[in-house]
Design a protein around this ligand. Sequence first.
Ligand code: ATP
Ligand code: MG
Ligand code: MG
Length: 380
Amino acid sequence: TASLGVMGGGQLGRMFVHAAQALGYRSVVLDPDADSPAGLVAHQHIRADYLDEAALAELAAQCGAITTEFENVPAQALARLAERRVVAPAGAAVAICQDRADEKAHFKASGVACAPYAEITTAADLAAVSDDLLPGILKTARMGYDGKGQMRVRSRAELVAAWDELKNVRCVLEQMLPLALELSVISARNAAGEIVQFPVQQNLHIDGILALTQVPAPAVGPELAAEALASAARIAASMNYVGVLCVEFFVLQDGRLIVNEMAPRPHNSGHYTMDACDVSQFDLQVRAMAGLPLRQPRLHSPCVMLNLLGDLWFGTDGAERSPVWDQVLALPCTHLHLYGKASARPGRKMGHLNISAATAAEAAATARAAAALLGLPTQW
Ligand code: ATP
Ligand code: MG
Ligand code: MG
């Protein structure tokens, strides 16, 4: 049987492995961690550093095609693999997504508006920042996720202090925008340039981490949805992207659509596709890398996804406990996905709960009931 490989062993890798296995592929995970969520379910787990030459050679020897499940995989490792095998997405595309300044330059080149920003590499760049960018958000150019590596700054004094606190690494300063809501679009594109897309997803972030995704997006009209899909398609096509790409957008209070950032892989906001669409984002990741036909996904059920963070595993007294899954699973239309992580920590992504129903109203009502049982916010 043919084999597919994935760089990284987190929950996205685990769900990729499940999708690959459903289509009959052997799966091989490269991850340094002994009990990574994907390594536990793959046929083979190469336990090594991402730049380990022998490990990369073995992954290439074992697999017909290789993908990645996290954007910070060393681009150099993908380049090494690409000497021998299909790598999708390519290292060059992943490299753009790894750097907020490169990413924003790519958005501009694709003709899609992003937040006004300045790149800050030196103290002189910091001093030269225009007043219009304040209040703003200072974000490390590399390695940030779930709101980590970013600080909100109201004044120049706060900006200087924040850059010090971020250890003077290369950053971008973005103007703080008046958001009405947040969206994302997941596209899958193949080497022939064919593209298919899931419907626009409406996302709620709490404390910088995705809390909830709703599809169909309740506050998005057809014109805005079409603009978001077209922008995401342009962003993918203009870097000749092959694979699954998630593009995050802001909708401003004046109704304008602004691109925020992108991820070169399936995305947390696309987890609803597993239970609400006839092909999931992970199915399309497999299809795109393996050269199988892409198929336009069909949303068969309105859906709400609740993210399950490690906080749920701790009571108000701080003692560890198990969430009330029996009560949640007694509700209609609930699909629980747990990632098999060995231990819970506040803020750690442990799983998600999809609530797909016959109507959006029913999905929302059941999601609120589930959220209340779990102690998650119900006001949305
Ligand atoms: P992810 O986990 O999605 O990769 P991240 O750490 O890369 O997140 P961003 O997506 O850049 O972070 O920002 C996190 C959240 O902060 C956004 O979803 C949005 O709610 C808020 N935010 C970011 N930039 C801005 C901005 N310029 N104006 C207003 N809000 C913003
Ligand atoms: Mg990000
Ligand atoms: Mg984000």
